[in-house]
Design a protein around this ligand. Sequence first.
Ligand code: ZN
Length: 285
Amino acid sequence: MMRFGNLDSRVVLLTPDGAVDVGTASRGRLPSDPVAALENWDEVLAWASDSDSQASTYDELLLGPPVPLPRQVFAIGLNYESHAVETGTPAPTFPPTFTKFPTSLGPPFGSVYLPSDRVDWEVELVVVIGKPTHGVGAAEAWQHVAGLTVGQDLSERFIQMRPPVPQFSLGKSFPGFAPTGPHIVTIDELDDPDDLAISCTLNGEEVQAGRTSDLIFGVPALIERLSTIVALLPGDLIFTGTPAGVGALRSPPRFLAPGDELVSTIEGLGSIVTRFAAAPQMLRG
Ligand code: ZN
């Protein structure tokens, strides 16, 4: 089992018995900072594979985002045929890319303030980059991935789509709008990392369900396309896009409300749970 989480902004190896603090258990040989650990990922994996360190019990609800402050966060729009169809947009020929600013990251079990009554859900597979990656072809791309995790690309649709120029990055970057976790799972744990069931439920009702094999640009293709342009760094995240079933495109449209509970699940990676509360001050359109 190779799962890594974040407790108190320190990287921990998660085992069936509990959590092992990587920095402490390696006597300081390995970093405790999550991004620094990802920069030394091969060493961390080698240590973890024959670590017999004592694990401590921990409270899962205290886990932080697996990478709390990555240097870059990429997010991809319209990457499932089913979602492209519901938006009425032709399937893209290059991945439509925006960012979720790093301050939007949130923990796997947390609460998010709703800045308006137009906030929508988007369950997404999130890639954690494990090596410097520039000009990397699809065939080598998985070797540059530290692991996978679950994410929500929460989206304030009014700002996202406001004319004359859509503001995807701003509309998707309110504090807490990028909950991720519960941990990084290494890809050797997964039977087929290119084909994972992905779903989310709102107050127990399934609102999205798909498979990552339906991604128009799968993980290798995304890494190839992005890294032809941008140099990806260890710890960088890629939100890979969402399947059909978002709230804004339902009739009637449906948005998140105070008191709602959103559970986002990916096969082999686990679930994250996000609750919503009214912001002290709501946006005015
Ligand atoms: Zn999205």
